[in-house]
Write a protein that binds this ligand. Sequence first.
Ligand code: SIN
Length: 292
Amino acid sequence: MSLFGGNNGPRYKHAAETTASYETITVEKLTPVIGAEIGGVDLSRPLGNRAVEEIHRALAEHLVIFFRDQQMTADQHLAFGRLFGDLHIHPAAPSVPGRPELMIIHTDKDSPRANGEGWHSDVSCDAEPPMGSILHIKTCPSEGGDTLFASMYAAYEALSERMQRYLEGLTAVHDGEGYRGLYANLGVKDKASYPRAEHPVVRTHPVTGRKALYVNRGFTRRIVGIPADESDGILRYLYDHAENPLFQCRFRWRPNSVAFWDNRCVQHRAMWDYWPQTRSGYRVTVKGDRPV
Ligand code: SIN
C-alpha cells in the first residue's frame, strides 16, 4: 500500500447514529468518531437526575466528554465522580493526603516523567479496571499539554472480518509491575506486588453492547495460548492499528477544564511538549466491572 492509503475510501467508515436531543445540557462534537464538549452545566453544584442521566448518555455516545470553566473543589470533584459509581484508589500513584481517591497529576520542570505519556486504558491490570476517569486540570501551559483520546470501538470495527474472527475468544495478560519505582521521585514506596489480570482482547461494553479492542501498550504483555512470537506480532499490529489518527480526537486544555473518559472503550495519551512549564490537576476514577 502506498503511504497515501488505498483507493477504496477511508480506512474507517464511521456510521453516526441519530440520537434524541438533550434537554439539560448542550453537546458539541469534536469529531464524528469521538469526543464532545458539554455545556450548560456547573459541576460544582448538585446536579438533577435528568442532567446526570444526560451526562451518562453523552459519555456513552461520545466516549470522552469535556467541560470548560469548572471551578470545582476537591470535594465537589469527588462528589461528581460518585454520581457514576464507587471511586477507585490507584494502586501506585500519589494522592492528596486524607483523600486516597483524589489522584495527583503534576508535571513541572523537575519532573522525571509525565503521567500517561504512552497510549493506555487506565489501570487495565486490575481484575475490575476503572469504568471512567475524570481529570480536572487547574494549571496548564499556554500551549501544549494536550491529551489524545482514541475510540477502541472504531479500532475494532476497522479491523478486517478475518482479524476480528481471529481475535474472538482470545485473552491477554495485563500487568501492573510497570508501576514499580514509577513514583519514587514523589516519595511513593513500592508495594510487594502490583495487580495483574487476564482480560478478553475484545470486550463488549456493558452499556452500549458494542465491541471494543481491549489491549494497550501500557499494560498488556501477551496474548494467552499462542506462541510468544505470534503474540508479540499480533499485539504490535493491534497497537499500531489502534493509534491511527482516524480514531482519535485531541483535547486542548485550559485552566479548569474537565475531561471524563470511558476506559472501557477509549485509550488516551498525554503529551509532554511543554517543558519547562507546569501542568497540574487531579483525577477521580470510577470503579468498573470485570471485562467480558
Ligand atoms: C492520565 O493518564 O490519567 C493522565 C492524562 C493527562 O494528564 O492528560
